[in-house]
Design a protein around this ligand. Structure first.
Ligand SMILES: [Zn+2]
Length: 119
């Protein structure tokens, strides 16, 4: 194996573990928020790290603005980082209620302008 291959492999591992860790952290935060807001859910329906990975693999772009999502090692509060958007605000972060969009769009959506950016 050449040095370049080893470098590539190391990057791949680092990349994977980072996306995994970030996803874990985000899911932890989402669960905390859902609990605080009293949004009930069945744990079997809740999003998982695998679900996030699968979704990003299917489409590595923001579903709304189509920007390239940043998956790891992005600057703190970078608008292009991936985030999980709930489609129905009354429901928790369960798989069928979620899509992956960028952080910037997530924040616009929070201010009730979701329909505007969707068009
Ligand atoms: Zn976006």
């Amino acid at each position: 194996m050449s040095n370049l291959d080893i470098k590539k492999m190391k990057n791949a591992i680092r990349y994977k573990s980072s996306l995994e860790n970030i996803s874990k952290y985000k899911i932890f935060e989402y669960r905390r928020r859902d609990k605080n807001k009293g949004r009930d859910y069945n744990i079997d329906d809740y999003i998982t790290v695998e679900w996030i990975k699968e979704k990003i693999k299917e489409n590595p772009q923001c579903s709304l603005c189509k920007c390239e999502l940043l998956l790891c090692r992005y600057p703190k509060n970078d608008g292009q980082q991936f985030s999980v958007q709930r489609i129905n605000n009354k429901l928790a972060h369960i798989k069928k209620n979620c899509c992956i969009i960028c952080w910037k769009c997530n924040h616009i959506a929070k201010r009730g302008k979701y329909d505007k950016i969707k068009k």
